[in-house]
Design a protein around this ligand. Structure first.
Ligand code: HAM
Length: 431
């Protein structure tokens, strides 16, 4: 990480000459102007998930490293190459979460949420951390919206969450998507598939990259995640998992496709969609965008029926997905912001103090109000209000104070009225 870290602290003279601090490569500031889009997306996500009876569950940003080694999986790229792992002052190995699913599973087990009897449907939005090579759509600190459902084995719930993802993408104005679905089988049928893959990989061993040669031994399914083009081409010639599914997995997958058809969600079965994390069983899915380049997955997810049991907890199945906020926002057509500002224009010291009290009154009544403490002429105030695209200007001068009646100018129409603060508030509420 040394190439990314800030200049090392040195003596004061050296500090003075050092370059100004910058954000770490692969991380971003989300500035005013951009942040409003995030807020809209977050609001629409919450509203949507609550319609489907999901509740928010917030877990810590860092967790014991073994949670991800065991949960995400020791053969996944995320665990082998991409984790931000560090030893804390107590000598514990901790990791900045690279994904959210294992944290939710841990929280359920720790708080025995399964005993509450409430539907186990959770959502969360927040930063995740992966040490991957930054490029467009791939960052080291990125943000996910994650949803998980527990205790529902039926393929109908997989279809329901795919439909929920579509409902949210629709509200966000995301067009040009394709839904890919697959089944990666279960512990009963996947071993035979792994043997077939291992055999296929052995035949092409010398053409595979060193990483895939290793994966062929440890977990040949992970060859499908390789980003090297030659390996991807070879993987396309490998046998399809669809031909190895056991009866139960085949039935589950068929039921998923029926439910998607009932919900009128168009999909394409992609037998190579094994997803990069080790825990999936049966359903996997992704929604990809035709408007993005290499990093085209807007969201991905699937079923993970063994994770809780493998952690030593109750045998409760899970299914869910995570959406990449940066990627979704890069293709979203969001409705314009509905913010309307009342700008307070005053002349002189007394008017400034009256303006301050008036701003308090309007804000207390739900009007977004801006007063700046620079002594400006009325003309300069209006110039400033224009620049800020204020919806209205409140005019406060000595005459207005004497009468207890203030001016209110509608900046779109140019129409001006005067009135007491209560009358003006009524006006604002009507417009
Ligand atoms: P994932 O496919 O690793 O799945 O990530 C989900 C989404 O997060 C991706 O489709 C993408 O939009 C976004 N994403 C991933 N990595 C990056 C990155 N480096 N920069 C920007 N965006 C990124 C999971 O994380 C699973 N936990 C999903 C899940 C939930 N499966 C079951 N439940």
């Amino acid at each position: 990480m040394t190439e990314d870290t800030l200049a090392k602290p040195g003596p004061p003279e050296a500090k003075a000459a050092s370059v100004p601090p910058q954000a770490i490569k692969g991380t971003h500031d989300i500035l005013p102007g951009e942040v409003e889009k995030w807020q809209t997306l977050e609001r629409l996500a919450r509203e949507t998930f609550e319609l489907y009876h999901f509740r928010e569950l917030r877990a810590p940003v860092f967790e014991p490293t073994e949670l991800f080694e065991k949960g995400t999986g020791s053969t996944s790229d995320v665990v082998t190459k991409e984790m931000y792992t560090f030893i804390d002052k107590g000598g514990r190995s901790l990791t900045l979460r690279p994904e959210y699913t294992p944290s939710v599973v841990r929280a359920i087990m720790e708080h025995r949420l399964d005993l509450e009897g409430a539907p186990m449907r959770y959502y969360y939005m927040g930063p995740m951390f992966r040490y991957d090579k930054p490029q467009k759509g791939r960052y080291r600190q990125f943000h996910q919206i994650d949803i998980e459902v527990f205790g529902e084995k039926d393929a109908a719930v997989d279809a329901e969450i795919i439909e929920m993802a579509h409902a949210l993408l629709g509200k966000l104005g995301v067009a040009g998507t394709e839904t890919l679905v697959n089944s990666v089988g279960c512990r009963a049928c996947r071993p035979a598939y792994s043997v077939a893959l291992r055999e296929a990989a052995a035949k092409r061993r010398s053409d595979l990259c060193p990483d895939c040669q290793r994966k062929a031994e440890t977990n040949p399914l992970r060859i499908f995640d390789c980003k090297v083009e030659d390996c991807q081409a070879i993987a396309r010639s490998f046998p399809s998992i669809q031909n190895f599914l056991c009866g139960e997995c085949r039935e589950h997958f068929a039921a998923l496709l029926v439910c998607l058809a009932v919900l009128k969600i168009p999909y394409r079965v992609d037998p190579r969609l094994v997803r990069g994390l080790d825990y999936y069983t049966k359903t996997t899915f992704e929604i990809v965008s035709s408007h993005l380049g290499a990093q085209n997955a807007l969201l991905g997810g699937g079923r993970y029926d063994d994770m809780m049991k493998d952690f030593g907890g109750p045998d409760i199945c899970g299914t869910g997905f995570a959406m990449g906020i940066e990627r979704v926002l890069s293709v979203a057509e969001l409705p314009p912001s509905a913010r309307r500002i009342l700008y307070v224009a005053y002349l002189g010291g007394e008017a400034k103090r009256t303006g301050l009290a008036l701003a308090r009154f309007f804000r207390a009544n739900g009007v977004e109000c801006l007063i700046e403490y620079k002594d400006r002429s009325m003309k300069a105030h209006f110039g400033r209000a224009n620049k800020l695209q204020a919806a209205w200007v409140l005019i406060v001068g000595d005459d207005e104070i004497a009468k207890g009646r203030f001016g209110l100018k509608d900046m779109a129409t140019g129409h001006q009225v005067d009135g007491t603060r209560e009358e003006l508030l009524d006006r604002l509420r009507e417009s």
